[in-house]
Each structure stands twice: as structure tokens, then as C-alpha cells.
Design a protein around this ligand. Structure first.
Ligand code: GDP
Ligand code: MN
Length: 389
């Protein structure tokens, strides 16, 4: 998922011929001065911080300015500061238009129906999240056929626009759909799509590009930079590793089992914090490498849930012990391993002082009890030396 800043989204909109306000992007005070000298800053002006977070309007990251001095002040108060934890490194200066109405339009992917979903509302703008369901027209679009006549009319009825704007809407819907398809987007949103006089203008742009299509988009190289330092490190080693901010480290194999493990932990009241998908490997060193990464995330407790297939239980057990020998972990480890070479795996772990479960519910309860401090386990290194003959 690559989320694009408003100005990048608008560059795409422009290529497809969607009407936009006039504007200029500045990245520093010097650039602002040059734009002011060149007369490319429109007045009255909307000053918009370029960040990925939403709710800029409400959060003070969209300002209005009537004079060059006011623009300087607004830009100065935004550039270099943080908005919702994101550094503002660019500001978009656009002409302030007289908005008659704010509409909402988007196309996204409805994964549950496996279809693109077009949403339209006559009440767009900053309150769109609180709209009742009836206020949003939903059209599931056939991905090959695209928007057909009656679907367009349904949207047009919902938006009930004056004559000239109806023709604009036709074009806007076409372009929105084409952007969604041709730009490999998983979301294209215009909010607000403003009625200005009798015409439609896109005042905001939100475009999210599908990861799997990035090979077709070298222009977005480096924009995915939302990985944490550890995730970045894992990514380089080819390990699927994600930090989500709880206490429990989860090591599982296969996306399905990994997600199911998180679900069961949550259901039992646990807070998974990091998860790692071993995928399919027959190399204990890969397992060790993954476990060492997990150690660096400093989880309170680690839960290893393996269903041995390509990744055999003994491979995982050997890898875990190898890693623990290199860096004795400071957290308890709970293992649940089933499947190929289960007996061998269990025996290897036992030798290293790690008991293992076969039952998922039991193992998960133990993990959560350890997380919450209701049960205590000796640190693994102690268990090992204590358990060794
Ligand atoms: P968001 O809050 O991050 O989605 O930022 P938006 O780009 O949607 O801007 C927030 C709000 O600022 C919009 O809903 C409009 O009400 C207002 N706004 C943005 N551009 C203009 C403009 O050109 N003229 C006027 N009058 N208001 C604008
Ligand atoms: Mn918006």
C-alpha cells in the first residue's frame, strides 16, 4: 500500500483531465519567496500541509490566507513542524474558491465482495466519516465492464447537480474510474469534490496504490518508507515481519496461520505486538535469523505457533535453539508445534528447556497469562542452564 500525498494525487488527476484549483507546491521559505516573486501564488490562498494523515482541515493543517504576509506566516507555521506525528516537508498553495456544495466521490476495492466499490455522497467535506449509511450511494462496479448507464444515473440522482455540473459529473466519474483501473489504485477519493458556480472541481485528492503493482510504477520508489527500523531490516533479509505495538511476539508459518494466531490471542485478551511469518523454509539458520530479529523487538513473551509442513517442526526447533545460544532471550517462550516431524521438534525443544503444547487454546491462555503477569516463567536462559544436566 503506497499512499500518495495530495499533490501527487492531484498530478495524476491533472493527467486525466480532472478540473483542479490553480496552485503551486513549495518545500521551503526560499521556494515560497520565489513563487511570490513570480506571481504563481494565487490569492486568496488555501495553504495545505502535505501529509498522509487525514483530518487536516479540522486539525489546522489547512489554512486560509489573503495576503503574501499571511501566506508567509501560514507556511512558516506548517513547514518543518509535525502534524499527527508526520513531518510537514511540503505545502500546497491553491486558489481559494467559493464553494457552493461539497460532494464526496471515491472508488475503492471491496474485498468482501471482491469488486470495486464506487461511493458517492451529496454531503462531502470534513464530516464525511460521521455520515449515516443512507447518505452514501454505493455502486459495486463490474471490473471489466466499468460504470454503466444506470449506475451513473444513480450517482447523478444522489448528487442532484445543476445542469452544467451534470455533464462535469459524467466526465469526473469516467476519469475517476480510469484512474482507479489504469493507475493500479486501491483507493481514489475526491473529498471534497466542490461545486463552484455551476462546475465541479476536485479540491482534495487521495490515491492509494496497490503494492503488487509497484513494479509498474518506478515513480513511487522510496515512497513506501513507512516501515519501522526493524521492519526495514527484516525486509532486507526477506522476512515478513510487522510491528503492531503490543507485548506479545508471534512467530508462525504461513500468512493464514499467522493471522489466525493473532486473532486467537486477541480473543483471549492478549496484545500481540510483533509478528513474523517464517513462510516455508528447511533451513534452521533462517529460523534463527528470524528469532534474533524478534529478540530485538523486546517482546514481553514470545509465542511460536508452527504447523509443520514444508517448514518442519525439527527445523524450527533447531533454529530456535541456535538463536537462543547466540543471544539468550530475556523473555519467556511458549511453543505450540504440530505437524511434520513433531516428535523430533518437541524433543529438541525439551532438551533446550522449552516445553511445548499441542493444544492451541491452552498455549494461548498461557501466553496471555504470562503477558499479564498472572503467571511467571523463569527467563529462558535460566530455564536452560537450570534444566541442563
Ligand atoms: P482534509 O481535511 O485533510 O481532507 O483536507 P481537505 O483538502 O479536504 O480540506 C479541508 C477543507 O478545507 C475542505 O473540506 C474545505 O471545506 C476547505 N477547503 C479546501 N480548499 C478550499 C477552497 O479552495 N476554498 C474553500 N472555501 N475551502 C476550501
Ligand atoms: Mn479531504
Amino acid at each position: 500500500m503506497v499512499r500518495l500525498e495530495e499533490w501527487r494525487g492531484k498530478e495524476i488527476f491533472r493527467r486525466y483531465g480532472l478540473p483542479l484549483p490553480k496552485g503551486v507546491l513549495v518545500r521551503s521559505r526560499e521556494e515560497l519567496d520565489r513563487a511570490l516573486d513570480a506571481g504563481t501564488v494565487p490569492f486568496p490562498c488555501v495553504v495545505k500541509a502535505q501529509v498522509l494523515a487525514g483530518g487536516r482541515g479540522k486539525g489546522g493543517a489547512v489554512r486560509f490566507a489573503e495576503t503574501p504576509a499571511a501566506v508567509r506566516e501560514a507556511v512558516g507555521s506548517l513547514l518543518g513542524t509535525a502534524f499527527k506525528g508526520e513531518k510537514v516537508s511540503a505545502v500546497l498553495l491553491e486558489e481559494k474558491l467559493a464553494i457552493a456544495r461539497e460532494l464526496y466521490l471515491s472508488v475503492t476495492l471491496d474485498r468482501s465482495r471482491r469488486l470495486p466499490l464506487l461511493m458517492a455522497s451529496a454531503s462531502g467535506g470534513m464530516e464525511v466519516e460521521t455520515l449515516p449509511d443512507e447518505a452514501i450511494e454505493k455502486v459495486w462496479v463490474h471490473p471489466m465492464v466499468g460504470l454503466v448507464g444506470y449506475e451513473r444515473r444513480k450517482v447523478a440522482r444522489t448528487l442532484s447537480l445543476p445542469g452544467p455540473a451534470q455533464a462535469d459529473l459524467e466526465k469526473t466519474l469516467d476519469r475517476l474510474w480510469r484512474i482507479f483501473r489504469e493507475e493500479d489504485a486501491e483507493l481514489v477519493e475526491i473529498n471534497p469534490l466542490a461545486l463552484v458556480g455551476e462546475h465541479l472541481i476536485a479540491l482534495d485528492a487521495k490515491v492509494v496504490v496497490e503494492d503488487d503493482a509497484l513494479f509498474r510504477h518506478p515513480e513511487y520508489e522510496g515512497l513506501q518508507g513507512e516501515l519501522t527500523a526493524l521492519e526495514e531490516k527484516a525486509h532486507e533479509k526477506g522476512i515478513a515481519f510487522v510491528e503492531i505495538g503490543g507485548d506479545i511476539g508471534v512467530i508462525a508459518n504461513g500468512a493464514g496461520l499467522t493471522m489466525a494466531t493473532l486473532d486467537v490471542l486477541l480473543q483471549e485478551g492478549g496484545k500481540p505486538g510483533v509478528f513474523l511469518d517464517l513462510g516455508g523454509t528447511d533451513d534452521p539458520r533462517k529460523v534463527a535469523e528470524a528469532f534474533l530479529l524478534m529478540t530485538e523487538a523486546h517482546p514481553k513473551v514470545v509465542f511460536v505457533n508452527i504447523f509443520g509442513g514444508v517448514t518442519r517442526c525439527d527445523t524450527v526447533a533447531k533454529g530456535l535453539l541456535e538463536a537462543m545460544a547466540q543471544a539468550p532471550p530475556r523473555f519467556p517462550l511458549v511453543a505450540r508445534i504440530r505437524g511434520n516431524n513433531e516428535k523430533e521438534g518437541v524433543a529438541i525443544l525439551k532438551e533446550g528447556g522449552v516445553g511445548s503444547y499441542t493444544d492451541l487454546a491452552e498455549s494461548v491462555r498461557h501466553v496471555v497469562a504470562l503477558e499479564e503477569g498472572r503467571e511467571r516463567a523463569p527467563p529462558l536462559s535460566a530455564a536452560r542452564s537450570g534444566g541442563a544436566p
